[in-house]
Design a protein around this ligand. Sequence first.
Ligand SMILES: Nc1ncnc2c1ncn2[C@@H]1O[C@H](COP(=O)(O)OP(=O)(O)OP(=O)(O)O)[C@@H](O)[C@H]1O
Ligand SMILES: [Mg+2]
Length: 234
Amino acid sequence: MLEVAGLAVAYGELVALRDVSLHVKEGEIVTVIGSNGAGKTTLLKTISGLLRPRAGRIEFLGEGIDGLPSHEICKRGIIQVPEGRKIFPQMPVLHNLQMGAYLPAARRNFAQSLGRAYALFPRLNERRSQRAGLLSGGEQQMLAMARALMARPKLLMVDEPSLGLAPKLVAEIFNTLLVLNQEGTTILLVSQEVRQALELAQRAYVLENGRITVEGSSKDLLNDPRIKAAYLGL
Ligand SMILES: Nc1ncnc2c1ncn2[C@@H]1O[C@H](COP(=O)(O)OP(=O)(O)OP(=O)(O)O)[C@@H](O)[C@H]1O
Ligand SMILES: [Mg+2]
């Protein structure tokens, strides 16, 4: 579904990604793990068209998408839940969800998508008229995910959904990702919650200093002594 080959991205002099190659098959959950500053957010922003690669190729459903504007990439079905949630705090919950459905195809399915979002996150329904900025951190993450779902993603890219959340909420968010995947959404997850991400995903890539250093099935990575030492505190 998604094929990234030889990707290089830089911020001025600072090279943030070098020769990054990865793929995601339809129906998979794939995770990219790595520590602070490894380049995870840069990778997702580049796939979304928010950053331009210096080199490399990105294909989605068999077509090149690198260089396309971000709204064009959204239209093709790649939707990102950004790091830090980036909800609209002054707007009510419902308006935030409407913002997610601004593309014509999504607008046509608005009622159905809203029903699904509220079924997944009943608390958003209870608080639909409340200003989003008043939601708890966990509820804001739910809102960011629900807003992305309103766009009817084929590939949902989620950047650090667990940031700053209590363990119980992290488990809830990860469980929701599993449900979404079982309902047919392909997921690319970036996370510092390495153990939980590996338990959720089928395959994983380790990003270190802008390079992919390890890739494989999540099961193999969970048993890899290097991963255990560097990321699982074992
Ligand atoms: N807008 C920017 N301008 C300059 N440098 C940047 C910019 N954004 C990120 N960087 C640098 O690029 C590198 C990769 O950053 P990135 O945000 O992709 O890391 P990350 O893996 O998402 O980290 P974290 O886990 O902390 O979110 C870092 O060295 C960072 O300082
Ligand atoms: Mg990041």
